[in-house]
Design a protein around this ligand. Structure first.
Ligand SMILES: *Cc1c(COP(=O)(O)O)cnc(C)c1O
Length: 355
């Protein structure tokens, strides 16, 4: 990389090092080439292994965010950490691992998008239980939308937080996915970590692919891209339905993140390349292209992805390559954000075409 970029990356790392950070994982995460798939697809394909971030066997992108979020919680001398998600939320499970390591008490408010069967608890929800988290399951009522049920879970948590705080306990509230400026700042660091690793291999990425949900990861990645002067095209595959508002909101989060770090750059919604073509029929609902992508990666490289996030993102990337939207010979980084515990989740999430 040129000297200007190197100076910018040093400045970003120096701003990040001023933030409180709880060591929860193993960083930098590995970055390596996918030799078999690169040959098969006629591209130069690398993988950034944020699935290897964690202390438990099951890491993921939330660990990166949680190092700063839990760092902030400890600095504020909190005792409880509240967070939210679906009953099989990776973020919630990783928050529990983080809290256990840091000596904080995790409280989860989880919306059951897929019915929770008490006699057959699986995957992340099982891990949450083994780690002894306080778990509140919110059943979605027939007349409620997903969003209604989520809002109800936030309101219930708010009441509990008020009760605890009036009794003298400090609570730290982490939004779904850890998508706030402190969490996203971690991915500004993640982006320059990846650039530095690629540079050590004398490479510059042309494309970055990843799955986007709450947008916290994307907000950080795009902030990192603009702040470092990188020219890579970040292609963010949506894993759930979003309106046009999504890019506006993520750009706003990106700018707040840059502000928290005191970095002078501006993100607009046109800097965000999201793609809604691969999530159908919905969040936590399997599709055939994702199953094919999971099987292809597993059978060529022995690497596991999941049906909710990384499998759909990988399917999107395969389609971009096969259709020529990404030219042959391109240097691509696929960001593995974790989530493979979903392979052991309920059948509704897994789908039947993987076995
Ligand atoms: C949460 C999650 C994502 C999406 O990250 P956001 O920051 O919420 O957009 C992608 N992959 C996996 C496995 C996740 O758990």
């Amino acid at each position: 990389m040129d000297k200007t970029m190197k100076t910018k990356i040093d400045a970003i790392n120096s701003r990040l090092s001023e933030k409180p950070r709880e060591p929860l994982g193993f960083f930098p995460t590995p970055l390596h080439r996918l030799d078999c798939l690169s040959e098969l697809l006629d591209v130069n394909l690398y993988m950034k292994r944020d699935d290897f971030s964690g202390r438990s066997l099951f890491g993921g992108n939330k660990i990166r965010k949680l190092e700063y979020l839990i760092g902030d919680a400890k600095q504020k001398q909190c005792e409880y950490v509240f967070t939210y998600g679906a009953s099989q939320s990776n973020h919630a499970m990783q928050t529990v691992t983080a809290c256990r390591r840091a000596g904080l008490k995790p409280v989860l408010y989880l919306v059951a998008l897929v019915p929770v069967r008490e006699e057959d608890i699986r995957a992340n929800l099982l891990l949450d239980k083994i780690m002894g988290a306080e778990i509140h399951i919110i059943e979605k009522l027939p007349e409620e939308t997903e969003e209604d049920a989520e809002n109800r879970s936030f309101a219930l948590a708010k009441e509990q937080i008020a009760r605890l705080e009036s009794a003298g306990h400090r609570c730290y509230d982490i939004p779904m996915g850890g998508a706030d400026p402190i969490g996203s700042a971690a991915f500004v660091g993640g982006y320059v970590e990846m650039l530095t690793q690629m540079d050590a291999l004398s490479l510059t990425p042309d494309y970055i692919f990843h799955g986007t949900g709450t947008g916290g990861t994307l907000a950080g990645l795009v902030a990192g891209k603009l702040a470092s002067g990188s020219k890579a095209d970040i292609v963010s595959i949506n894993v759930s339905h979003k309106t046009d508002e999504y890019r506006t909101q993520v750009a706003a989060l990106s700018n707040e993140t840059l502000k928290v770090l005191g970095i002078d750059a501006q993100v607009t919604k046109d800097d965000l390349h999201t793609d809604l073509n691969y999530y159908a029929p919905g969040y936590e609902m399997p599709n055939e292209a994702a199953s094919e992508a999971i099987r292809l990666l597993a059978s060529t490289e022995g690497i596991l992805t999941d049906p909710v996030y990384t499998g759909k993102a990988f399917a999107g990337m395969l389609d971009y390559i096969r259709s020529g939207k990404v030219p042959k010979g391109s240097t691509i980084v696929f960001w593995h954000t974790g989530g493979a515990t979903a392979l052991f989740a309920e059948k509704e999430i897994l789908g039947s075409s993987l076995y």
